[in-house]
Ligand binder design. Structure first.
Ligand code: C2E
Ligand code: MG
Ligand code: MG
Ligand code: MG
Length: 282
């Protein structure tokens, strides 16, 4: 039972997907060992004010590099970790790194909030909240400096239980953002009851703004919804000036995207922050 492989995964086996399956199995073993050896890293992506370009916070994103130098995308290894029952261990290791990074940034005078991504299985376990609070205390980080991102789909899955955990975090002073907003099927009633301070517009709406009118309508709707519920709005995946200006014109204040910065490891981030400061101030 070396990698806790789900049997159902193998029953779906057909010759056509042998290669994919072999890769999956291989990666699962490697991921397990990477977790054991604490080899995962985090990259931090700045969230910026769309008008001033000043940094208002960061999102921490898990990174995994194989021995041969290639990076595996989190979309692949997070899902893999979920299937293999490794996600809660992974998220805890990542959280340690986030708390460490928070202290490093504070030492450099950047006392800005850092967001972390939580999985459904995290939010369904009572242990998760307890262990996270212990870690926060251990590193001496203020909960006010942390934000929890939960995807719309995950928040709605097993809603009662997940929402209960979210309320515990909110009570502690940790801000909650609803990630990938617009891609799930949440009811407005549920959304209204999540103790969220922000919603993040999914990248798929932002990246086709220029040639897809329906995305404009969707984003306008999300803005109205956010206004009604009193949510801050963060646009994901802003890659060009057109998107920046369009979003800023409809009153979206905060954005993340390659136009401003890619997710970076700490050394590069500190350099980027210095340069950005020279251009736009702190
Ligand atoms: P997410 O939380 O929605 O994160 C945003 C993703 O968009 C990141 O992908 C980021 O690198 C990417 N991105 C940001 N700006 C741009 C842009 O302008 N253009 C494009 N093309 N992409 C942009 P990444 O790092 O590959 O992460 C993918 C997903 O994996 C995340 O989506 C999140 O759901 C999950 N994830 C990442 N780290 C963790 C983690 O530590 N724990 C858990 N549970 N999930 C994680
Ligand atoms: Mg996120
Ligand atoms: Mg997202
Ligand atoms: Mg996502």
């Amino acid at each position: 039972n070396e990698a806790n492989i789900n049997l159902a995964e193998f029953i779906r086996f057909t010759p056509a997907n042998t290669q994919a399956l072999t890769r999956r199995f291989d990666l699962m073993l490697k991921l397990r060992s990477a977790i054991r050896n604490n080899e995962l890293m985090i990259a931090l992506q700045p969230k910026v004010n769309l008008n001033s370009h000043k940094v208002v916070g960061f999102e921490a994103l898990a990174r995994w590099q194989l021995a041969d130098g290639t990076f595996i995308s989190p979309d692949e290894f997070i899902e893999l970790a979920e299937t293999a029952g490794l996600i809660s261990v992974l998220d805890k290791l990542i959280f340690d790194k986030i708390l460490e990074a928070t202290n490093v940034l504070n030492c450099h005078g950047y006392c800005l909030p850092i967001a972390f991504n939580a999985s459904t299985s995290d939010l369904l376990s009572d242990q998760y909240f307890v262990e996270m609070t212990e870690k926060i205390a251990k590193y001496g980080v203020s909960p006010q400096q942390l934000e929890l991102e939960v995807t719309e789909t995950q928040a709605i899955f097993n809603y009662e239980k997940v929402n209960k955990t979210l309320h515990k975090f909110a009570k502690l002073g940790i801000k909650i953002s609803i990630d990938d907003f617009g891609t799930g099927y949440s009811s407005l009633q549920h959304i209204a009851q999540i103790p969220a301070h922000a919603i993040k517009i999914d990248r798929c709406f932002v990246s086709n703004l220029q040639n897809n009118e329906s995305n404009e309508h969707i984003i306008n709707m999300i803005m109205m919804l956010a206004d009604t519920f009193g949510f801050e709005v963060i646009a994901e995946g802003v890659e060009n000036k057109y998107e920046q200006e369009w979003l800023s014109n409809i009153g979206c204040r905060i954005a993340q995207g390659y136009l401003f910065a890619k997710p970076m490891f700490m050394d590069d981030l500190l350099v980027w922050l210095k340069n950005n400061e020279k251009l736009h101030g702190r």
